[in-house]
Write a protein of this length. Structure first.
Length: 212
């Protein structure tokens, strides 16, 4: 990887943030930590001036919550990809975070190596989740009503969304459909607009709800 993935940590537990920052520094996997913030307000004030590639966000922050921060970052810094890293395993925070625009959801007890891998996956178009979280998402689909918004998608957009739901990266989708990565990104943007979502996970939730 030629250009390091610029990553910031938004975490109020200083010892945890410092340990993760140090691990990122020595991991030699093409990820660099360019900042650590201990509250959402400070991050929201400073990040628009120098947006990172990925923001690792805790939910339980003092003052503004991590979920609200994700939603506001999506407006202030549309290109920033947000990865939730938290202790919360309950359904409500999970889906609130995904609806706000988070691209992945990991539990803090995940090994540091797994967290770094998740940062890389998010940057490459993936949506990493801890196994416990993935199980809750699957159970959710047993009750989630179908979304009629999917009818607004074109045949090609349906094809792209299906591959997104299967976990394919943008390059894999481009290869499968014989199109460029830029074209894939264009289709994804239109899918988000038509489904009124802000993230891959939001679109996949609606797709799987319809096709359960």
């Amino acid at each position: 990887m030629n250009t390091p993935i610029r990553t910031v940590l938004i975490e109020d537990v200083a010892s945890f943030a410092e340990a993760l920052r140090k691990y990122i520094e020595v991991s030699d996997r093409g990820v660099e930590c360019t900042g650590v913030f201990h509250n959402a307000e400070d991050a929201l004030r400073r990040l628009p001036k120098n947006p990172p590639d990925v923001a690792v966000v805790d939910i339980n922050l003092p003052g503004m919550s991590g979920i609200e921060l994700v939603a506001r970052l999506k407006d202030a810094c549309p290109g920033v990809l947000c990865l939730i890293l938290t202790t919360y395993e309950d359904g409500v925070p999970i889906f609130d975070a995904l609806k706000a625009g988070a691209c992945g959801y990991l539990l803090k007890r995940a090994p540091a190596e797994e967290i770094v891998s998740a940062i890389i996956q998010v940057h490459e178009g993936g949506s990493p989740m801890s196994p416990q979280i993935a199980r809750r998402v699957v159970r959710f689909f047993h009750h989630e009503p179908a979304s009629d918004e999917l009818g607004a998608l074109s045949e090609r957009e349906h094809g792209v969304l299906k591959l997104l739901a299967e976990g394919s990266m943008y390059k894999e989708i481009a290869d499968r459909l014989g199109i460029s990565i830029d074209t894939v990104r264009s289709h994804v943007r239109k899918i988000y607009e038509k489904l009124h979502v802000h993230s891959r996970n939001g679109a996949v939730l609606k797709y799987l709800g319809k096709n359960r």
